[in-house]
Write a protein that binds this ligand. Sequence first.
Ligand SMILES: C[S@@+](CC[C@H](N)C(=O)[O-])C[C@H]1O[C@@H](n2cnc3c(N)ncnc32)[C@H](O)[C@@H]1O
Length: 233
Amino acid sequence: MPDPVAVNSMFGRIARRYDLANHLLSGGLDVWWRRCLVAAVRRTQPREVLDLATGSGDVAFALARGLPADVAITGMDFCQPMLDEAESKKTAAADPCYARIVFRPGDGLALPLPDASVDAVTISFGLRNLADRPRGLREMHRVLRPGGHLFVLEFSQPHAWFRPLYYFYLRRILPRIAGWVTGDRAAYVYLNETIEQFPDRAALAAEIRAAGFSDVRASGFTLCTVAMHRAKK
Ligand SMILES: C[S@@+](CC[C@H](N)C(=O)[O-])C[C@H]1O[C@@H](n2cnc3c(N)ncnc32)[C@H](O)[C@@H]1O
């Protein structure tokens, strides 16, 4: 599992160029994946949503655009430069629908929230970075109200026939492009390693169940390179 100090400092280094690198490396598909996440959240009609590992805030902003105006949204991350980036995007957008987003620091392994205090937890491309995934999932379960929902958007393992090409892209092409965009090639060697080591849909569903969730369902996107897991407390 990743070292939390190294993860925090790595995201701190790339925070300013994170969005650009994301859009370039995914060919813009990250916007669509997040839109699917928001549509799934909307169907559960939450009143309070926690976007954990919010980073530069793109899921929190998409939630604010896609959910009714009375839904409260908290974006939480343990990396202050990423939260600073989220805050400055919120200020620059000056969009009234973003006013209900609160960005605040917090560690996914010890959430600064009471038990049973939110209706939905989203975590997008963040679970892979947690130093202790079972503990993080138990924390998400703890802060959800009974009947609340967890939504995990994360890289997954693609169809077998596509893996050689995909791993070639991850190992050879992605670190070069990302190094050029962010000036930090090492960060994207780390990204490639964590993607390759991450469980497939069935194994992640089992981990989510082990944390206490039920009704776990997974959908694959883009040849299953990315998956969304939904689960209920
Ligand atoms: C790849 S970014 C994802 C950002 C955003 N959710 C998105 O979809 O673009 C991963 C984020 O996870 C955060 N993170 C990693 N470990 C964390 C932890 N233990 N607690 C809170 N945030 C964490 C990092 O700081 C980083 O901002």
